[in-house]
Structures are given as structure tokens and as C-alpha cells.
Write a protein that binds this ligand. Structure first.
Ligand SMILES: [Zn+2]
Length: 64
């Protein structure tokens, strides 16, 4: 098992994390990568914003 994720793996885990619950090991490795990688931290923030926006849209959707 590789100890560090590459940025590509980190991105994949971030998007998989939207669809399924990540395992403890996956989350730990992802967190470790994010703590060292500015660009993936930004990507993670964008994913979260996007997800919140989508949630809001589906909740308020069809109101217009
Ligand atoms: Zn990265």
C-alpha cells in the first residue's frame, strides 16, 4: 500500500466521497494529502461548495 496519495488519487477519492462513504484508511490518507497539498485543498473546498449548492438547488428546485 502506498502511504501517500498522488493528486490524481486524491481527486478521485474526493469525488468518490460524494457517492459513497470512504473507509477510515482512505479518509486518513486523503486528509494527509490535503494537509500537504494546496491545490487539492482548493479542489476539496470547491467540491464541497458545489455539493452544497447542488443540495440547495435540489431542495429549492422547481420553485421558479
Ligand atoms: Zn494534491
Amino acid at each position: 500500500m502506498r502511504f501517500f496519495y498522488t493528486c490524481k488519487q486524491a481527486h478521485q477519492m474526493l469525488s468518490e466521497g460524494m457517492d459513497r462513504q470512504l473507509s477510515v484508511a482512505e479518509r486518513a490518507q486523503l486528509k494527509l494529502h490535503l494537509s500537504m497539498c494546496r491545490s487539492c485543498t482548493n479542489f476539496s473546498g470547491q467540491m464541497r461548495l458545489l455539493r452544497e449548492a447542488m443540495k440547495k438547488m435540489s431542495k429549492d428546485g422547481g420553485n421558479e
